[in-house]
Ligand binder design. Structure first.
Ligand code: HEM
Length: 479
């Protein structure tokens, strides 16, 4: 069997934007037809407010202009859609009219052509291949690994220790994704891999900026750091592949499935570009490796932060855990017996959605929310905003898991909550993430009380995911 080609670094700037973005032809729409939106007194003013505080900007647009907001950017028209019905139409009923938005198109610099960023036939093929590894029955098999890794990690914790809980959660979810989907141990490299993921994810702020492509060309230290981080992550992925091939066993995990498909392609077309094929596989694995732990780690860190600030909720959760688990480590069968844990997580992802906005670009004129959105327009729907809409969530800043009883849920429109997106691009790892987050919480909380060390407000950094800007310092207390 052919060895996996060594990682030939390709300049990430070679990834072109989707062709649609380079042929911007705005249809003639009379200004009076536009929905309301912010005024711009000098060119680039909106881009500046967007870049300075994107969550504040989106909230302000909603409060000042309502369910459909319009503005014109440097090259494109923008629509922010703040109503659940519009979310449903963009993600589900009319999803054939959209491709991913410019930010994810530019994120190909970080993620290559993996499942998150690819389009059309390539996306459908990748999704079909990866789907079986994320089937709920398959995910159930990962349960004992998930709880075991959480327990082993927290066995290293010491009474009174002060930690950055975000980093701790990243280390746990990183080990989980490596073991379950790639059958790899990353014990020795958790810190360095975590550091490289951190550098890559921070670069995503560039993808949201209209000046990003220009900055990427300059010889900036940030560009060098990014290239180093990406080389490190690709080398790690290559190690997984080499170890997997050396073991010579098909364990039915995601890596086995994707490698089998890769080899079949190679056999079917031996004259094809092998290096290109290897690069595509690498990008695919890299996307799942990164997407598969960052988001869940953020959700867990925000949940522990919210529990520390809401002792009554924490107490109720502890009672459920004690009743169901006694002093045992949680198992897959326990997950369905922990409804309050699920409600706590749902409420945490309402307030701090790890994916805080979804962007799309129209590939043809399409009518949504009673408006014609022209071809090429950029559409934004934001979980940060819609999850805080007082029409669906009275007293929206309050952390209240009771919003997630079946009765309370039935009172709200389905698409007033979409932490995992929806439609053909819905998160492939949703069942994985729920099971992992519940098992990790259930493995930690009966043993450890995790307290805030100070009353400083949480500062957020919205990049490709929503994460705490400077981590979350917390103190560990044995129960
Ligand atoms: C709390 C945890 C998670 C959240 C909030 C989350 C959120 C999301 C969202 C909103 C999307 C859709 C993006 C869009 O429509 O543009 C998405 C896609 C995706 N997620 Fe997740 N995710 C989580 C966990 C995971 C896990 C555990 C994995 C893998 C192990 C994963 C892998 C992916 C992949 C590969 C895609 C692209 C799917 C496609 O386009 O076909 N995610 N995620």
């Amino acid at each position: 069997m052919r060895q996996f080609a060594r990682y030939p670094f390709r300049n990430p700037l070679e990834y072109n934007l989707h062709p649609m973005t380079s042929t911007t032809q705005l249809p003639a729409i009379k200004p009076s037809d536009h929905p309301p939106g912010p005024r711009q007194y000098f060119p680039g003013q909106i881009a500046l407010s967007f870049g300075r505080d994107v969550l504040g900007f989106l909230m302000r647009m909603f409060r000042e202009h309502g369910d459909v907001v319009y503005f014109r950017g440097v090259r494109q028209q923008f629509f922010i859609l703040n109503h659940p019905d519009a979310v449903r139409d963009v993600l589900v009923t009319r999803d054939d009219c959209f491709i991913k938005g410019p930010a994810l198109q530019r994120a190909k610099r970080t993620l290559g052509d993996g499942l998150l960023t690819s389009e059309g036939d390539l996306h459908r093929r990748q999704r079909r291949l990866a789907q079986p590894s994320f089937h709920p029955q398959r995910v159930a098999r990962y349960g004992s690994v998930m709880a075991g890794i959480a327990r082993d990690a927290t066995d290293q914790w010491r009474e009174g220790q002060q930690v950055n809980i975000h980093e701790e959660m990243m280390a746990i979810t990183l080990r989980i994704v490596a073991k379950t989907l790639f059958d790899a141990d990353v014990e020795a490299d958790v810190e360095t891999i975590g550091g490289s993921v951190d550098t890559s994810v921070k670069m995503f702020t560039r993808a949201m900026s209209p000046w990003g492509p220009l900055l990427n060309w300059l010889p900036l230290p940030s560009n060098r750091r990014f290239l180093r981080a990406q080389t490190h992550l690709f080398t790690t992925i290559d190690r997984f592949v080499v170890e997997h091939r050396a073991a010579g066993v098909d364990k039915g995990d995601l890596l086995s499935t994707l490698l089998k498909a890769h080899d079949a392609e190679q056999l079917a077309d031996p004259m094809g570009d092998a290096a290109d094929r290897d690069m595509r596989l690498r990008q695919e694995l890299y996307t799942i490796f990164t997407a598969g732990h960052e988001t869940t780690a953020n959700a867990l860190a925000f949940t522990l932060y919210l529990l520390a600030k809401n002792p009554q909720v924490e107490q109720q959760l502890l009672e459920e855990l004690r009743q169901v688990l006694g002093s045992n480590l949680p198992t897959v069968e326990d997950v369905e017996r922990l409804p309050y844990a699920r409600m706590v997580l749902a409420e945490s992802m309402r307030l701090y959605p790890p994916a805080w906005a979804i962007g799309r670009q129209a590939i043809r004129d399409v009518e949504i929310a009673g408006r014609v959105l022209p071809r090429d327009a950029v559409i934004l729907t934001s979980q940060w905003v819609i999850h805080r809409d007082p029409r669906w969530y009275p007293d929206p800043e309050k952390f209240d898991p009771q919003r997630w009883t079946p009765e309370a849920r039935s009172q709200r429109p389905r698409w007033s909550y979409f932490p995992f997106g929806g439609g053909s691009r819905q998160c492939i790892g949703e069942s994985f993430a729920w099971m992992e987050a519940i098992l990790v919480l259930a493995a930690i909380l009966p043993k450890w009380k995790i307290e805030l060390t100070d009353a400083k407000p949480l500062i957020l950094r919205p990049t490709i995911t929503l994460r705490p800007k400077e981590g979350i310092p917390m103190r560990l207390r044995k129960r």
